[in-house]
Design a protein around this ligand. Structure first.
Ligand SMILES: Cc1cc2nc3c(=O)[nH]c(=O)nc-3n(C[C@H](O)[C@H](O)[C@H](O)COP(=O)(O)OP(=O)(O)OC[C@H]3O[C@@H](n4cnc5c(N)ncnc54)[C@H](O)[C@@H]3O)c2cc1C
Length: 395
């Protein structure tokens, strides 16, 4: 078995693992990233699309934002539509900050290219990744490389950035962490359509027959979502049925004309909130989806992953520069405070905009009243805008 050593072993080359490696590289701290999938798979996996200003600031900080600034669509607001009327929330006006539309797969491409160009190490196609000796000063990561050779990497610390289905969180003894799980009684049917967006900004639709969301990936590519049953069978959704449902839920006088196009991708997405506390076990630190999942309504998951590693990188930097582990000890509390705020906001946006079959008529009227409040009251709109655009990252 080949043996090697690094300061911080990072499991997972998603947004969290890659950003952490960059921030540590700039602080002079050595890392090795281990990724289960191929480079091509990581670079083409279509997921998030909306970046908070704070996430763009991090891309700037590591020098990876050149293409982003050229290609991203900059958004200053969103529409919330209910009772057949659209209401604009002027997020830029209320917060002086913007959101950016730039696909997660593009961020991953930019981060991988820069990491390799800077001489950083990413080992793709690793199988059987396992963590060892996490409660010692020399934790290790074991895996089998693409040629079938066993490798053991001894580290000072391990960063578990391997997403919700990774091995990092399950490597923690069950009695050392607490998890909080909430599944929602519906799912999203998401499509990627080769058609221009119907509006420059996102449109969130509350409709008695279910929520809909109109978003985009570029000036020629739209991303649309429909609330569907939790156990929905995608085979029952022909392209015609999907477009007809979008026409139906968007109906109303101020509706921009819906532009249909070839549907390139159709998926059913379960809706879930999941939190882990603490986000640390001895020498293993969890970040991003490995620690928490939020429903996509608030567009927070990837932004939260980037914020976690910004906090974690500063804690490692402090440790290696001064020998103080105070920030490492505080990492979980600091990251969790922000994560719970995002979890709460994502849950609230979901509750505000979706149709719940088991709600009483009273609850439905309260929901409409709350929609009216956040779209008509300055304080209500400001509360939504501050959280939508992203709370500050305390490092
Ligand atoms: C349809 C959809 C839309 C979304 N929209 C938004 C949005 O608009 N805004 C937003 O902020 N978020 C959004 N999200 C959430 C966002 O995509 C995730 O929160 C984000 O990918 C988390 O990044 P991560 O690096 O923590 O994990 P991941 O991106 O999941 O990366 C984890 C990496 O670890 C690798 N890995 C897994 N297991 C192992 C192992 N055993 N060994 C080695 N490597 C392993 C995986 O292959 C992967 O590359 C959306 C998600 C979905 C599904």
């Amino acid at each position: 078995m080949e043996s090697t050593r690094t300061a911080v072993g990072i499991v997972g080359a998603g947004p969290a693992g890659l950003m952490l490696a960059h921030l540590l590289r700039l602080a002079g701290i050595e890392t090795i990233i281990l990724e289960a999938r191929s480079r091509e798979y990581c670079e083409t996996r279509i997921r998030a699309g909306l970046m908070e200003q704070g996430s763009v600031d991090l891309m700037d900080e590591i020098g990876a934002a050149e293409r982003l600034h050229r290609e991203a669509l900059v958004h200053g607001g969103i529409y919330i539509r209910f009772d057949g009327r659209s209401h604009h929330i002027d997020i830029k006006g209320l917060t002086s900050r913007s959101m950016f539309i730039y696909g997660q797969q593009e961020i991953v491409k930019d981060l991988i290219a820069l990491q390799l160009a800077a001489g950083g190490e990413i080992r793709f196609d690793c199988s059987g990744v396992a963590l060892e000796a996490l409660d010692t000063d020399t934790p290790a990561i074991r895996y089998v490389d693409s040629a079938g050779n066993g490798v053991r990497i001894t580290c000072d610390f391990v960063a578990g950035c391997d997403g919700f289905h990774g091995i990092s969180r399950p490597s923690i003894p069950v009695n050392a962490i607490q998890t909080y799980d909430r599944e929602y009684p519906f799912a999203w049917l998401g499509i990627l359509s080769e058609s221009p967006p119907i509006d420059p900004e996102l449109i969130y639709v509350h409709h008695p027959d279910g929520f809909a969301l109109f978003t985009m990936r570029s000036n020629t590519m739209s991303r649309l979502y429909l609330q569907v049953e939790v156990d929905e069978d995608i085979a029952k959704w022909s392209d015609d049925r999907i477009w007809s449902e979008f026409h139906h839920r968007l109906e109303g006088d101020e509706t921009p004309p819906l532009i249909e196009g070839p549907i390139l991708q159709k998926t059913i997405l379960p809706m879930r909130s999941f939190m882990t506390a603490p986000m640390r076990f001895e020498r293993l630190f969890l970040a991003g989806d490995a620690a928490h999942i939020v429903p996509p309504t608030g567009a927070k998951g990837m932004n939260l992953a980037l914020a976690d590693v910004a906090v974690l990188a500063r804690a490692f930097e402090t440790f290696y520069k001064s020998g103080s582990d105070e920030k490492l000890r505080g990492y979980s509390d600091t990251a969790l405070r922000r994560s719970w705020a995002a979890a709460r906001f994502s849950w609230w946006m979901t509750s505000l905009t979706h149709t719940f079959n088991d709600r009483l008529p009273f609850d439905n009227e309260v929901q409409l009243s709350e929609l009216d409040y956040v779209t008509r009251s300055h304080a209500g709109a400001e509360m939504l805008a501050e959280q939508y655009v992203g709370l500050p990252i305390e490092r």
